[in-house]
Design a protein around this ligand. Structure first.
Ligand code: SF4
Length: 695
């Protein structure tokens, strides 16, 4: 193995270790800490994109003729810096926005947020806003840290019940599901799955010889009433852990009050699930010795996303299922470093380590290390930045994101980006967003860069570059330093020799990383929080106290809030969305991978047979799906896997992306859009279904 480079898979948040050979092919890393050599189709195909012919290989600047033209790095940096300086002089620093990249390293995202703050704005965010912002908000407020409470290893070994709500780990976190979760079931654990869709996860737990899987096929947007039935059942049956609630929590009276007049039969009707099935699930969870909750984007991507997750926290707290191995509330994170991108402060309201940017003392401590003042008010989130693009936002710096496809109501996003005075895009491939850029900076790919990333269970791990950089490209690390140095001078805080030097500064301002060094990470990594040298890190949190201001876990009753759009005569169906195992976000990498593309070369929509009959749709037809924001053509797949009244498709293909239809209504507190519920109509007939070739 010595000639192989050991690094981390660039796709999902499981954080599998993989190796790259000297001739740049994939190789297994047999004793990798998370996956011990096991790998899913994406990890195995990850090298296919590294030397892809579509790589961006030279900086480009948009000319007076409206086209992008090749430029030198010096010219491109010059344009970026002069435009950023002009915008600050004419409109102030809050007229710029910055998008971090959850596929880039901690060090790169740390530099990006530092660049934004040195420029004078907290308008910096990352794609967690689209996936788990509401989860992070609820977990931080009610438990203390915006991350998984437990590690996958301890959940596999100790959980008796896995409550999986709004997540499809068999598609989206395949190694977590096939290794950790299935093993827990083989060892005797029961799975309770709540999802409108019977999916690969559903089938993965139909294990011969076991009968420990309940699937509650609920309606989209009915998670609060479903959990309220569960909570009322727990309260009425005396399954509350009274000692835990009394000593370690506050707010239970509010929950009891909220549920006092709650009608469980009416709630079950709203959920579309039999009341006795929900009550059975409540009993299984509440009477287990150790029960854990996995929460996914089916929960978080709603206008009531914070309350959805709060109700899961309520359930864990009232039953005392937090603070031990095999328990907790555990968000499954989507991108390989979305956890780390948040950890290092690429968010508008928090400095590195989730320190509130509006707290004068916390801000002063960071300023003392950085040597410049940080704006004292939280900035705009990425959807707010997109909404303001062309209005109060005049310029945007995008590192490795593709908002034209990834954001909801994508047609409007494209129009607004076109209205910007200046857009710089730093990426590996010519994404749809590159089409709107004024300057394009070609970056290195995942395999070429070094640094650290944080997986879904808070394990900080090292990525190691293969020691070769694709011709014409630069590391994000070097690009950000070049821009920072040109903007702020040689002593401006952007003069690091290598990513390890950045990490050494990061750990000074990010207490949860305080005890981590590159040497200590070795090949195993360390679970944060690791506060000081010698600290081993914490595979599970809150053994003795929560990390909220008063150390208590926060319970709060919540009431049903329907999605912002509900079906009506014109748009009679609810659209919900997700990705498949071969998909990855907007497909910038995965659509360029022949192995992945072969699996599902075109988009499709799942339609229930009763809806198919009603709207005259046959299996295999190309249909038009239409919402108030746009329409797409996709192939119909008629299946009982989906709940009647609901249709399901993916955002993966540009020509037929679900995000041309999705609603950009936001959760008021977390500002996450409601991707998971939009009213749509379906019509038989249409053009060609969008394929990767169209994109
Ligand atoms: Fe990569 Fe996730 Fe697959 Fe592991 S499970 S190989 S991290 S995509």
């Amino acid at each position: 193995m010595s000639e192989h480079t050991k690094t981390i898979c660039p796709y999902c948040g499981v954080g599998c270790g993989i190796a790259v050979t000297e001739d740049r092919r994939f190789a297994p890393w047999g004793d990798a800490p998370v996956n011990e050599g096991r790998i899913c189709i994406k990890g195995g195909a990850a090298m296919e994109v590294v030397e892809h012919e579509d790589r961006l290989t030279e900086p480009q600047i948009r000319g007076d003729d409206g086209d992008l033209h090749a430029a030198t790095w010096d010219e491109a940096y010059g344009r970026v810096v002069s435009e950023m300086e002009r915008i600050r002089a004419e409109h102030g620093p809050d007229a710029m926005g910055f998008f971090g990249c959850s596929k880039a390293t901690n060090e790169e995202n740390y530099l990006l947020q530092k660049l934004a703050r040195r420029y004078g704005t907290n308008n910096v965010d990352n794609c967690t806003r689209m996936c788990h912002a509401s989860t992070v908000y609820a977990l931080r407020r009610s438990l203390g840290a915006g991350a998984m409470t437990n590690s996958m290893q301890d959940l596999m070994e100790s959980a008796d019940v896995l409550w999986i709500q709004g997540a499809n780990p068999a598609e989206q976190h395949p190694i977590a599901n096939s290794v950790y979760f299935r093993q827990a079931v083989l060892d005797g654990a029961t799975v309770i799955q709540i999802d409108p869709h019977a999916n690969k996860t559903t089938r993965s737990f139909d294990i011969e010889g076991t009968d420990r899987h309940l699937h509650l096929q609920s309606n989209p947007g009915s998670d609060i009433p479903l959990l309220n039935v569960v909570l009322k059942t727990v309260l009425e049956n005396g399954w509350v852990d009274e000692e835990f609630v009394a000593e370690r929590t506050e707010g239970v009276d509010h929950l009891v009050e909220t549920l006092a007049d709650f009608d469980t039969e009416e709630a079950a009707r709203v959920c579309g699930v039999r009341l006795e099935d929900i009550e059975r699930a409540a009993e299984v969870y509440a009477t287990a010795e150790n029960a854990t909750i996995f929460t996914g984007m089916g929960m978080s991507q709603h206008t009531c996303g914070v309350d959805n997750v709060q109700n899961e926290i309520n359930l864990a707290l009232v039953t005392g299922n937090v603070g031990r191995p095999g328990t907790g509330v555990n968000p499954l994170r989507g991108q390989n470093n979305v956890q780390g991108t948040c950890d290092v402060g690429a968010m508008p309201n928090t400095l590195p380590g989730y320190q509130n940017v509006e707290d004068d003392d916390l801000r002063a401590a960071v300023e003392a290390v950085w040597g410049f003042e940080v704006p004292p008010k939280a900035g705009l989130t990425n959807v707010e930045i997109s909404h303001e693009a062309g209005a109060s936002i005049k310029g945007l710096y995008v590192m490795g994101e593709n908002p034209v496809m990834s954001e909801p109501d994508a047609n409007r996003v494209a129009e607004r980006l076109a209205d910007l005075e200046f857009l710089v895009v730093q990426d590996v491939f010519p994404t749809d967003t590159v089409g709107y850029a004024d300057v394009v900076l070609p970056a290195t790919s995942w395999a070429e860069r070094g640094g650290t990333v944080v997986n879904t269970d808070r394990r900080v791990q090292r990525m190691r570059g293969i020691g070769r950089v694709y011709p014409g490209t630069n590391h994000d690390f070097d690009i950000l330093q070049a821009v920072g140095t040109r903007l702020f001078g040689p002593d401006g805080g952007f003069d690091f020799d290598d990513p390890e030097a950045v990490f050494e500064e990061l750990r000074q301002v990010c207490p949860i990383f305080g005890g981590i060094t590159y040497d200590r990470l070795g090949e195993e990594g360390i679970h944060w929080p690791c506060l000081e040298p010698g600290d081993e890190g914490d595979p599970y949190l809150y053994e003795d106290a929560f990390t909220t201001p008063n150390g208590m876990g926060y319970i709060e009753g919540v009431r049903h809030q329907p999605p912002k759009e509900v079906p009506d005569d014109e748009y009679p169906l609810i659209l919900t969305t997700a990705r498949l195992i071969e998909h990855y976000n907007t497909g910038t990498m995965s659509r360029r991978s022949p192995t992945l593309n072969r699996q599902h070369p075109e988009n499709f929509v799942d339609v229930h047979p009763a809806d198919a009959e009603r709207y005259g749709v046959a299996d295999g037809d190309t249909v038009t799906l239409r919402s108030r924001r746009g329409e797409i053509e996709v192939r119909a797949q008629v299946t009982e896997d989906i709940k009647q009244g609901t249709v399901w498709t993916t955002p993966h293909f540009a020509a037929s992306s679900a995000n041309r239809l999705t609603n950009d209504a936001l959760d008021e507190r977390a500002k996450i859009p409601e991707y998971k519920a939009a009213a749509v109509a379906i019509e038989a007939g249409g053009g060609e279904s969008g394929t990767a070739a169209d994109d």
